[in-house]
Ligand binder design. Structure first.
Ligand code: FES
Ligand code: FES
Length: 151
């Protein structure tokens, strides 16, 4: 069975079996290894990607549910975005396992809310766990990126 969807702006076809997790399709079939496996149970957000603009944990979604969907992994995000610069400036990344999911959660937030409060940022990133930085620098980075994007 082949499943067609849009991946980072390009039409693609997956030949994986229908029950294969999106995370495995991304990492193994399309060799997009930015999405990480942390818990494998929907708890950590390391595997988070955007599906039709909504943040989802790709370890929980079988590829069969994505027919025609628009999927964005971290590889589809701009390499030199305000978020990337702010994460670097604020020291919001250490081991980097959580960073792709954090950035996509932040992107989803900023696309809906250009001027988020700290509480908005905390809520938007509440499904993404970081074991390295503590959350203060990450929240600061998202707030700085929002300010920069607002010009
Ligand atoms: S690996 Fe998917 S939520 Fe943790
Ligand atoms: S930077 Fe290591 S888990 Fe967040």
């Amino acid at each position: 069975m082949s499943i067609e969807f849009i991946l980072n702006g390009k039409a693609v076809r997956s030949e994986s079996s229908a029950s294969t997790r999106l995370l495995d399709v991304l990492r193994e079939e399309f060799v997009l290894t930015g999405s990480k496996e942390g818990c494998g149970e929907g708890e950590c957000g390391a595997c988070a990607v955007l599906v039709d603009g909504e943040l989802i944990n790709s370890c929980l979604v079988p590829i069969a549910q994505l027919v025609g969907a628009k999927v964005q992994s971290i590889e589809g995000a701009a390499a030199d975005s305000s978020l990337v610069r702010a994460f670097a400036r604020c020291g919001a990344t250490q081991c980097g396992i959580c960073t792709p999911g954090m950035m996509l959660a932040a992107q989803a937030l900023l696309e809906k809310n250009a001027a988020p409060s700290l509480a908005d940022i905390q809520w938007a990133l509440s499904g993404n766990l970081c074991r390295c930085t503590g959350y203060g620098r990450i929240y600061e980075a998202v707030a700085e990126a929002a300010q920069e994007m607002a010009g």
